[in-house]
Design a protein around this ligand. Structure first.
Ligand code: GLU
Length: 494
């Protein structure tokens, strides 16, 4: 019964903040299981907590999921057979089930005022008892409750947690959790504003939407037994429950939280801005709670769909390791075609205010492809292609462990070689310059270092010879001549 075919899974974010990698991982696992089993991936917006509602958060979830390529089959924007998919549009349904619980004697109306509840809490604090509802309204007669409701008294509906016995909650990744019912509070299910809390709304929706597997964060483990009790009270068959592991911050110590965002961003759209590919991000988060075997680490989304399995999910905390992300992302960049990479790189150059020459962009895409880990790194190593030639620092034109005179000679002889060839061509030029280095008793690194500064104005760039070919003979000669001038006048003045 581990993988009912086909699976119906839902991603159920609350629009209470920005969309981060934890949510993305849950959505990814949902998506993988749905696609693998030919089932459905459902997006449900859990927006009944109006106090924590953040405008725009729902849009950010959708934009992020689309960008990641995790498209849903049913959702608030596209509808589906079990809609609506926004909880604020389903409030009548929750009321109906809350009342059903009352009718089955698994729920009750409670009229306690906030003042009374706070007195109860203070008393419990003094007595060092755990905070919980004291059960005053639990035994209220239903007729009396109805009269008070008719009289306009505000009320909530609470779950009537059994006082005896214990509840066993079974999670796929852990040992069964067994809890004494006497330790479980009589949770509010329907608030005085008529809106449900998560404990009611999510259970009702998962049931009505025929969800087969619930993937959710392990922050729900403490109230998991309550959820099981609600299922039992309504005589519903439970889904397979999977509580995913928590994230640890990059040091591996402590729980990852949004406050750690300063370390490096955890929000999906920010990671996009930082130059990560959806493929890189998905590969990275897929492995934070799941593994295929003990060595395979590189996966495309297609491979993940094929290889994902519930049996290989694990509950141990996952370290958020950005070095790994860079590594995966670089590998996925290498898989792109030139035209894909060109399209992805263009906005990063433009963002820096550079005027992009399309022909040059075509030529430099393959040159950066082997070297970058994030798309924005292309701007660092190749942005100079779209700028006036930056004037190098004179001191930087002196080669490593070389005198000024040796450096001048190296630049002069390079100039002569380049001037002497008809057109610049990578293989011949490289051979000739390497021969020059050898003749001068220099390493290629020493010579290329000087020329790189002369031609690009920077120490790190796309590969030198290829760069010169793209820039073109005349401009390369101009830049080398300028470097020669600079160094000669520097030597003359010294
Ligand atoms: N709305 C809940 C949250 O955002 C969803 C938990 C669940 O998937 O059941 O935490």
């Amino acid at each position: 019964m581990l993988d009912p075919q086909p699976a119906r899974v839902r991603f159920a974010p609350s629009p209470t903040g920005r969309f981060h990698i934890g949510g993305a991982r849950t959505a990814l696992y949902d998506f993988l299981l749905a696609r693998q089993t030919g089932g459905q991936f459902i997006l449900r917006i859990e927006d009944t907590d109006r106090k924590r509602f953040v405008p725009g958060a729902e849009d950010e979830v959708m934009e992020s999921l689309h960008w990641l390529g995790l498209d849903w089959d049913e959702g608030p924007d596209i509808g589906g057979p079990y809609g609506p998919y926004r909880q604020s549009e389903r409030t009548e349904i929750y009321r109906q089930y809350a009342e059903e619980l009352v009718a089955r004697d698994h729920g009750y109306y409670c009229f306690c005022t906030p003042e009374r509840l706070s007195q109860v809490r203070q008393r419990q604090q003094k007595l060092k008892q755990p905070p919980r509802y004291d059960g005053l309204c639990r035994s209220l007669d239903l007729d009396e409750a109805q009269d008070r409701i008719d009289g306009g008294e505000p009320y909530v509906i609470r779950f009537k947690t059994p006082r005896e016995g214990s509840t066993t909650a079974v999670d796929l990744l852990r040992d069964p959790i067994i809890v004494e019912n006497s330790t479980i509070d009589d949770y509010i299910l329907l608030k005085s504003d008529g809106l449900p809390v998560y404990h009611l709304a999510a259970m009702v929706d998962d049931y009505l939407m025929k969800i087969t597997h619930v993937f959710r964060g392990s922050e729900w483990l403490p109230t998991f037994p309550l959820h099981v009790l609600i299922y039992e009270a309504l005589d519903w068959e439970q889904p397979i429950w999977v509580h995913l592991s928590i994230f640890l911050n990059p040091s591996g110590k402590g729980k990852m939280s949004k406050r750690d965002a300063g370390v490096k961003e955890i929000y999906v759209l920010d990671l996009k801005q930082m130059g990560y590919l959806p493929e890189g991000l998905l590969n990275w988060i897929a492995l934070m709670g799941w593994s295929y075997d003990d060595h395979t680490e590189f996966f495309t989304l297609e491979e993940l769909i094929e290889k994902f399995s519930l049996q290989k999910l694990h509950p141990s905390p996952a370290a958020v390791d950005y070095k790994k992300l860079d590594h995966f992302n670089g590998n996925h960049i290498r898989l792109l075609s030139t035209s894909e990479l060109v399209d992805l790189l263009r906005p990063y150059f433009k963002r820096e205010g550079l005027v992009v020459d399309e022909e040059i962009l075509q030529q430099i895409a393959p040159l950066v492809q082997e070297r970058i880990r994030t798309l924005d790194e292309a701007v660092e190593i190749a942005g100079f292609f779209f700028k006036e030639a930056a004037e190098p620092e004179t001191s930087e034109l002196i080669g490593k462990k070389m005198t000024i005179d040796e450096s001048i000679e190296a630049i002069r002889r390079s100039y002569e070689i380049i001037e002497g060839v008809l057109t610049l061509e990578v293989e011949t030029l490289e051979k000739m310059l390497r021969a020059l280095a050898e003749d001068m008793n220099l390493t290629a690194g020493q010579l290329f270092g000087i020329l790189r500064i002369a031609v690009t104005g920077q120490r790190i760039s796309t590969p030198l010879i290829e760069t010169m070919v793209v820039i073109g003979k005349d401009e390369v000669l101009n830049r080398i001549a300028r470097a020669l001038d600079m160094l000669e006048s520097y030597a003359g003045a010294a």
